[in-house]
Design a protein around this ligand. Structure first.
Ligand code: SF4
Length: 412
């Protein structure tokens, strides 16, 4: 996750005081943030769902007792954060029991929901449970969102959920995944965020997993992505100057770090070297290192976009053992610094800042997880490469027969 607002606040402070703030040095948590898909069932079938969820039960999901056993291991492994996700996690009967235990154990506890099942009574329970954060997915204004979510009325229900949660003092974020089909709604959504007094806006670039992979041909083109980032940077900068508590974060494209550096080089050049240092400390993509995923059946993955790559089951080995095992070639590569990336990423001047970006996009489009990330929207002249060599880039072709065959062979 790339925390734009955090960097903007530091820049605003630097401009005000004349000194870039010294980074807080704490004890780094040993364990990763765990995004836990507790249930695959969902009342919606969204176009970009990485879990390919549907509205029916899935056999073999972890029981409450099994979840609790895993939680004990996660705690001992010093995992700091649990994000309870799905499917739609509110469809799991023991969700509040799990969340209450998570809170009691001291995990920062988040909930990722589509919001359509949150009525006043459920909002009361969410508030009473003490979730630290609730992310509600909103992919555009009414017409766009309902088309994405394939449900008339989904937008109104999700917005109602946001209002109910905010009225109860719950910290809420909007989660938006941009594609060519909803990029036009971004400015209005940002206004809606402010109107609803939402705390956080999570902008996700499209990743190529599940239905997001099938629809990758509609990924927003590079220019639209750059315009969206310019808008977010400007907004986060103004919010930082005005002292607004709004948070703007992005995910699934770590080229956002170098792109922010360019923005600062043009706008606040005095602070660019300090920011570069800070971005290098952040390090870019964290899959397999600081971010982990457990799916509904208890299988561990480097992150939520790697469901087609199984590291092992928590029913057979503790999460802590699976996560520390680098006999898996992908995990060994993800934990290597710098990562063994190829193509234009290998010679990129910003590799230390972005970490080679999102390996699953490289793998889904080329079959090689260490190829260049085709979702990088920086030009060759911006990464220190020979101008014009863009022509040799990995192309993002629409999901086709070869991809179907690759997916079928994985499921065979
Ligand atoms: S070329 Fe690769 S390493 Fe460089 S910014 Fe883009 S994705 Fe990151």
């Amino acid at each position: 996750m790339f925390r734009i607002s955090q960097f903007m606040r530091e820049l605003a402070q630097a401009r005000h005081t004349g000194a870039f703030p010294v980074p807080r040095r704490g004890t780094a948590p040993a364990g990763p943030v765990v995004i836990w898909n507790l249930i695959r069932r969902c009342n919606l079938t969204c176009r970009h769902c990485y879990a390919l969820s549907a509205d029916h039960d899935y056999a073999g999901e972890l029981s409450t007792a099994e979840v609790f056993t895993v939680m004990d291991d996660l705690k001992a492994f010093r995992v700091p954060v649990l994000i309870l996700s799905g499917g739609e996690p509110l469809m799991r009967a023991d969700l509040f029991e799990i969340a209450a235990r998570s809170r009691a154990m001291g995990f920062y506890t988040g909930l990722s929901s589509n919001g359509t099942l949150i009525d006043a009574a459920t909002a009361d329970r969410i508030a009473a449970t003490g979730f630290d954060y609730v992310g509600i997915s909103l992919d555009g204004l009414r017409t766009t969102h309902d088309r994405f979510r394939r449900l008339d009325g989904a937008f109104d229900r999700s917005v109602a959920a946001v209002r109910l949660l905010r009225e109860r003092g719950v910290k809420v974020g909007l989660r938006y995944t941009m594609t060519a089909l909803n990029a036009h709604d971004l400015p209005a959504l940002l206004e809606l965020m402010r109107e609803l007094q939402v705390d956080k806006f999570y902008f996700s670039h499209l990743n190529y997993a599940g239905r997001g992979n099938v629809h990758r041909g509609q990924d927003a083109q590079f220019m639209a992505t750059r315009q969206a980032m310019d808008l977010l940077f400007e907004r986060a900068w103004q919010a930082a100057l005005e002292g607004r508590p709004e948070e703007y974060v992005t995910g699934n494209n770590d080229a956002d770090g170098p792109y922010l550096l360019q923005w600062v080089q043009q706008r606040l050049p005095r602070w660019a070297p300090a920011l570069r240092e800070r971005l290098a400390a952040w390090g870019g993509n964290a899959s397999g290192v600081h971010v982990a995923n457990i799916d509904n059946l208890g299988h561990v993955h480097p992150d939520t976009m790697w469901w087609h790559h199984d590291l092992g089951s928590v029913r057979e080995r503790p999460f802590s053992t699976i996560w520390s095992d680098t006999s898996d070639a992908l995990m060994a590569g993800l934990k290597t610094s710098p990562r063994p990336v190829g193509g234009r990423c290998a010679g990129c001047a910003h590799l230390a800042l972005c970490g080679g970006n999102t390996r699953v996009r490289a793998q889904q489009t080329s079959g090689d997880p260490w190829a260049e990330d085709p979702g990088c929207y920086l030009r060759d002249d911006e990464i220190g490469a020979t101008p014009g060599s863009d022509a040799g880039r990995l192309a993002v072709l629409p999901f086709g027969p070869a991809d179907h065959a690759r997916r079928e062979s994985r499921h065979a």
